[in-house]
Write a protein that binds this ligand. Structure first.
Ligand code: NAD
Length: 502
């Protein structure tokens, strides 16, 4: 789909209608490969947000009564439609993120997998039963939906992350208000159209747009029960603190600094390929990107090979199948990464490959950055301490696996990590001792499939229950425990004055 299709106001999706916002405040959506404006997204008014939440609350009363297999069937139809429209969704996603087409398809695919899992909702919502907890008394639990749930999503996975949230919440019997990233609202709108086409009743999903002001209004709204957030650390903290202050259930997924440990016995050909792909893929704009290579002992000798491999990788527009990755999301994002690269040089790291001056023929205004590699990095440098979120890999040399584990456990983040080794004992020690929620063994980006959950730890996550899988069902539901007796003969005489069942 060409840019021209989108030079239009992005609608809100309220009560099952795509409506034009009456807001006076609009934000430009740009194609990061050209910086041309492809759409305008409104900052929804309080009235519009109230209308979306009221419609979601009203719809909840009927949606919660819809039979569980019927809700599951909606998800079956939806995943089928998402597959049919996979290319079109990826094209929209590429136009607003700049991701190359294959990676954009991957973004959609990882979301489809969650919808497939949401179709298993009946088995995920089974309660527990114990017969005869006292004479003739049984106890069993019911898993029930909560009401109106809300999701606030980032720019870097416009399909996958909304799909982490609303299919599981809605399959569990809730209704959902989504506030997509104002930088990439178009994919979410198409997801909503397809959801309706799949048979979703009007009002089950609502979409409102905007930035901080709209998010803060959602966080304080009395009719919203849960907040699911994915984004940067400062905003995640704000969301968790404000949402819980308003007594909501909150899960807030935050930024990351993911380390890959390379042991001297690893297959170095594999290591080089995986380090390049996982650090600069998607221009490094993945929360599970590897941004630190921890080279143990002789593994430090891979730097010349890494340098050669990094230099071969070129960014480019999404329609160029040779391009390894796309532009950064915005001029501001590029400027931020350039400053960090400069700081790295000033603080004494060795810039082995410098992608600062990167151009792409035919796209003079894109937010391009070439692959960048630093060696000799120490933990006091800004390029180690901050999440760069660009195609930049920093290398730290250590003497032992123990030292690598201590380094990672001392870093405030805990989203993902991996070890490359041929030694089972080293891998076993690493997986056991590392204080990170998602661990890869010879797998660089260990994003769990949706029958598990996405389990970031420490500074990369605020909350208890994680995204998708069984944990999401618990997040989006309440457990009710019933204790029941049916009399077929007289119980012992007189009132029972104790707490015991009899
Ligand atoms: P962001 O925090 O800037 O924005 C995320 C959402 O929050 C957007 O919808 C935005 O409108 C809203 N927002 C922005 N500022 C706000 C404020 N001050 N108050 C309230 N709401 C606000 O994040 P981003 O730049 O869109 O995404 C990139 C970040 O997301 C990176 O840090 C990345 O690591 C993180 N991320 C984490 C995960 C994970 O699972 N841990 C996954 C993807 C992305």
């Amino acid at each position: 789909m060409s840019d021209a299709n989108f030079i239009s106001p992005v609608p809100l999706y309220v009560s099952g209608e795509f409506i034009h916002s009456s807001s006076t405040h609009w934000i430009e959506v740009t194609n990061p490969a050209t910086n041309s404006v492809i759409a305008n997204v409104p900052c929804a008014t309080e009235r519009e947000i109230d209308a979306a939440i009221a419609s979601a609350a009203e719809t909840f009363e009927t949606w919660r009564e819809v039979a569980v297999p019927e809700r599951a069937r909606l998800m079956l139809s939806y995943q089928q439609l998402l597959k049919e429209y996979h290319d079109e969704l990826a094209a929209i996603l590429s136009s607003e993120t700049g991701k190359n087409f294959a990676d954009a398809k991957g973004d959609v695919w990882r979301g489809i997998e969650v919808v497939e899992q949401a179709a298993n909702i009946a088995s995920l919502m089974m309660g527990e039963t114990v017969e005869n907890v006292a004479a003739d008394i049984d106890s069993y639990s019911l898993i029930q939906p909560l009401g109106v749930c809300c999701g606030i999503t980032p720019f870097n996975f416009p399909a996958m992350i909304p799909l982490w949230m609303f299919p599981m919440a809605i399959a569990a019997g809730n209704t959902f208000v989504l506030k997509p990233s104002e930088q990439v609202p178009l994919t979410a709108m198409r997801l909503a159209e397809l959801f309706e086409l799949a048979g979703a009743p009007k009002g089950v999903l609502q979409i409102v747009h905007g930035g901080k002001k709209q998010v803060d209004y959602l966080l304080a709204h009395p009719d919203i029960r849960t907040i699911s957030f994915v984004g940067s650390v400062p905003v995640a903290r704000h969301i968790y603190q404000t949402g819980t202050h308003h007594l909501k259930r909150v899960q807030a997924f935050a930024g990351a600094k993911n380390h890959m440990v390379v042991m001297p016995d690893a297959n170095m050909g594999q290591v080089v390929n995986h380090l390049v792909g996982s650090s600069v893929g998607a221009a490094g704009q993945r929360c599970m990107a590897i941004s630190v290579a921890v080279l143990v002992g002789n593994a430090n000798e891979i730097i010349p090979d890494l340098k050669v491999a990094m230099k071969k990788v070129k960014p480019g527009p999404s329609n160029n199948s040779e391009a390894a990755y796309g532009p950064l999301i915005s001029r501001a994002a590029k400027q931020r990464v350039l400053q960090l690269i400069e700081q790295g040089k000033q603080q004494g790291a060795v810039c082995e490959v410098d992608g600062s001056n990167c151009t792409v023929a035919g796209y003079p205004d894109g937010n391009w950055l070439g692959p960048t590699l630093f060696s000799g990095v120490t933990t006091d440098m800004a390029i180690y301490q901050q999440e760069i979120f660009g195609p930049v890999l920093v290398c730290i040399a250590v003497d032992s696996l123990d030292e690598a584990i201590t380094l990672i456990n001392t870093n405030p983040y805990g989203n993902g990590t991996s070890i490359f080794t041929a030694c089972g004992a080293a891998a076993r020690k690493f997986q056991h001792r590392i204080q990170v929620g998602q661990v890869g063994v010879n797998v660089p980006i260990p994003v769990p499939l949706p029958f598990f959950s996405f389990t970031g730890w420490r500074g990369s996550f605020y909350g208890d229950l994680h995204a998708y899988g069984k944990q999401a069902v618990r997040f989006y539901t309440e457990t009710k425990t019933v204790t029941a007796r049916w009399f077929d003969e007289d119980i012992p005489d007189g009132p029972n004055m104790t707490i015991n069942l009899r």
